[in-house]
Design a protein around this ligand. Sequence first.
Ligand code: AMP
Ligand code: FE
Ligand code: FE
Ligand code: ZN
Length: 291
Amino acid sequence: MRIDLHTHSRVSDGTESPSELVRAARAAGIDVLALTDHDTAAGWPEAVEAAREHGVALVRGMEISTELDGHGVHLLAYLPDPTYPPLVEELGRILDGRGLRLPRMVARLRELGVAITEADVHAQSGDAAASGRPHVADALVALGVVASRDEAFDRYLSAGRPAYVGRYAAPLEPMIRTVAAAGGVTVIAHPWGRSGRERPDEQDLLPLVEAGLSGLEVDHQDHAPEVRARLRAIARALDLVVTGSSDHHGAGKIGHDLGVNTTAPEEYARLLERAAAAAAASGRRTPEVVR
Ligand code: AMP
Ligand code: FE
Ligand code: FE
Ligand code: ZN
């Protein structure tokens, strides 16, 4: 069984529609796929339909922008009731923050002498529910300013680069509780990825586990083998579920092909057990895994 629990569609910053993504998963031999667009469940209905058509099991999820001590943490949330009002409200704040940031990034780029407009970015983001820096990067590629998303981040968009603009992210621990109250489970995405900081560490994780955190995404392309080994040991010590995923973004992220990392069936089963317990305790109407 091949299980990939972290992927993006065009509803956020992937390059495939939800149905194209499901079809690609089938072709890649994925049996269980989670759609986890940034900060939105807007892709779920299309993905559900495609999953039924193509015979792929689908876990409805999202990757929520949160922060711990002023540093960004991506929180994967699986199978929450997407209508739970506190969740809807907080996702709304995050999406508003994404929208407000776009014109500010465009203004920064223009100050730097790059002739880019908001329309150039909208031409890339289309009707995405969650716009982001990758869409600005794509606009820079289309304008011939840079050759790739990577170059756009390296030169302009990464934290510390000249066109970087911050945005609202939800406090991590309250968001873990909110997802649990919505009947879902949470897994920290690429915990020690990109940032290069080895945080959250075991001490940071203790209160998060107390708040209901279920797992760590250990097997991710941003983690070197020794980082994976250390995260796996922490997960074992804290009785957290270990997941592995591609973080696929279609053509938008090189080296993140579907199934490049996968989750062990026993770990997936443990995650589903915890989801069932959270759903029962919440009293909310939560989505089932589409089979
Ligand atoms: P945002 O959510 O708008 O702050 O943008 C962050 C997203 O940009 C991440 O989720 C990644 O998908 C993507 N990203 C970050 N760094 C890079 C990079 N160097 N190359 C391509 N995509 C990146
Ligand atoms: Fe992304
Ligand atoms: Fe992420
Ligand atoms: Zn992701």
